[in-house]
Design a protein around this ligand. Structure first.
Ligand SMILES: *[C@@H]1O[C@H](CO)[C@@H](O)[C@H](O)[C@H]1NC(C)=O
Ligand SMILES: *[C@@H]1O[C@H](CO)[C@@H](O)[C@H](O)[C@H]1NC(C)=O
Length: 369
C-alpha cells in the first residue's frame, strides 16, 4: 500500500513535470515578446562576444547588478530594457549573440543592440567589430526564421506583430562621427542642419524595414542632451557649461525625429511608432538633480579627471560610494537609478514625454485586441 501510493505520487510528479514542459511554450507566449535595437544605451551584452573596444565586461560595471558582476550593460546595474521587461512582466531578454538564446528562451524576445553603433555605417568605425544597424535588422530576420522552425510561421508572425520593440540610436552619429574630430569627413561633407536631415532620412529607412519585418509597436527614443554628458563637459565644456554645438545637434535632431515618426504613422495609418522624449527626461535631471534624489547630474560616478569625464570607467577609476546619487554612471551613460526614472516616464509619462501615448496606455489598448 505504502509502496503503491509512493508509486502513484511518483507518477503524478512525472505527469506534472510532463505537463509543465508541454505548457511552457504557452506560458512563455503569454507575456509579450520584447526586441531591442540600438547602441550602448541599450546593449545588454552583445559586444562581449565581439572583438571590439566598446565593451562593459569588466568591473566596476555591474557592481549593483543582482550578481554584482559585469554583464556587458553600460550601467552599474540594470539598463533601460531591463526595467521595461520588468514593467511589462517579461523575463529579461538575452543578447542575440548569447549561446543561451535558444529553444523556448527565443520566445521572450532578443536584444540586438551593440555599443558604438549609429544610424550610419561609418559611425563608430573606431570600435572595429560592432553590429551595425543593417546587421541588427538582418539578425532580426534570422531570429524569425529560427522561431518559425520552433513554433511555425503563423505563430511567429503573431509573436512579432504583438511584441514591443525599442530602438535607441543616433547619439553616436554626432559624438562618434560628425563631432569626433575637428574637420571629420562628415562635417566637411555636410553642414550640421544638412547632416541631421541625412541621418533622419537614413533612420526613416531603418524604421520602415522594422515595419516590413513585422514590428507594430516601436518605441523610438531621441538623443539626450549630448553636450551635457560628463565626457563632453570634461573634454570640451567651458566652466561646466554644456557644449553648444552638440546641444545644437540634439535640438535640431529631436524635433525632426518626432516629425518623421508622425509621418510614418500617417503613412501606415496606425500608431506603430511612439516617440520618447529622452532629451526632456534627461534635461529634468540636469535642471534639478535634487528633485530626483541626485547630488549631481554633471559628475560621473565612475571615471577620472574633471567631472570624472575623461577616459573609461575601469577598476583604476574613482568610484562613488552611492551610485543612486548620480545621474551619470560613467562619462556617457546614465546610472541604474536614472534608467529607472526614464522608464517610469516611458511607462506613464504625459504626451510631452511620450507621443502619441505612453506604454501603460499601449499595454491597456493591446490587451483588448
Ligand atoms: C550599410 O552597409 C550595408 C552593407 O554593406 C549596406 O547594405 C547598407 O545599405 C549600408 N547602409 C547605409 C546607410 O549606407
Ligand atoms: C499615461 O499613463 C497613465 C497611467 O499610468 C495614464 O493615467 C495617463 O493618462 C497616460 N498618459 C497618456 C498621455 O497616455
Amino acid at each position: 500500500m505504502a509502496s503503491s501510493s509512493f508509486q502513484a505520487s511518483w507518477l503524478a510528479l512525472v505527469l506534472v513535470a510532463a505537463l509543465g514542459t508541454a505548457l511552457a511554450p504557452l506560458r512563455a507566449e503569454a507575456a509579450r515578446a520584447f526586441f531591442i535595437f540600438g547602441d550602448s544605451l541599450v546593449d545588454n551584452g552583445n559586444n562581449n562576444y565581439l572583438a571590439t573596444t566598446a565593451r562593459a565586461d569588466s568591473p566596476p560595471y555591474g557592481i549593483d547588478y543582482p550578481t554584482h558582476r559585469p554583464t556587458g550593460r553600460f550601467s552599474n546595474g540594470f539598463n533601460i530594457p531591463d526595467f521595461i521587461s520588468q514593467e511589462i512582466g517579461s523575463e529579461p531578454t538575452l543578447p542575440y549573440l548569447s549561446p543561451e538564446l535558444r529553444g523556448q528562451r527565443l520566445l521572450v524576445g532578443a536584444n540586438f543592440a551593440s555599443a558604438g553603433i549609429g544610424i550610419l555605417n561609418d559611425t563608430g568605425v573606431q570600435f572595429i567589430n560592432v553590429i551595425r544597424m543593417y546587421q541588427q535588422l538582418e539578425y532580426f530576420r534570422q531570429y524569425q526564421q529560427r522561431v518559425s522552425a520552433l513554433i511555425g510561421p503563423g505563430r511567429t508572425r503573431k509573436l512579432v506583430n504583438q511584441a514591443l520593440v525599442l530602438i535607441t540610436v543616433g547619439g553616436n552619429d554626432f559624438v562618434n562621427n560628425y563631432f569626433l574630430v575637428p574637420y571629420s569627413a562628415r562635417s566637411r561633407q555636410y553642414s550640421l542642419p544638412n547632416y541631421v536631415r541625412f541621418v533622419i532620412s537614413e533612420f526613416k529607412k531603418q524604421l520602415m524595414r522594422l515595419h516590413d519585418l513585422g514590428a507594430r509597436r516601436v518605441l523610438v527614443t531621441g538623443t539626450g542632451p549630448l553636450g551635457c554628458v560628463p565626457a563632453e563637459l570634461a573634454m570640451r565644456g567651458r566652466n561646466g557649461q554644456c557644449v553648444a554645438e552638440l546641444q545644437q545637434a540634439a535640438s535640431l535632431y529631436n524635433p525632426q525625429l518626432l516629425q518623421m515618426v508622425k509621418d510614418l504613422n500617417k503613412k501606415y495609418k496606425s500608431q506603430v511608432f511612439i516617440a520618447a522624449n529622452t532629451q526632456l527626461m534627461h534635461n529634468n535631471f540636469i535642471a534639478n538633480p535634487r528633485a530626483y534624489g541626485f547630488i549631481t547630474a554633471k559628475v560621473a560616478c565612475c571615471g577620472q579627471g574633471p567631472y570624472n569625464g575623461i577616459g573609461l570607467c575601469t577598476v583604476a577609476s574613482t568610484l562613488c560610494p552611492n551610485r543612486d546619487q548620480y545621474a551619470f554612471w560613467d562619462p556617457f551613460h546614465p546610472s541604474q537609478k536614472a534608467n529607472r526614472l526614464i522608464v517610469q516616464q516611458i511607462m506613464s509619462g504625459s504626451t510631452q514625454y511620450m507621443d502619441p501615448m505612453n506604454v501603460s496606455t499601449i499595454m491597456a489598448l493591446d490587451s483588448r485586441l
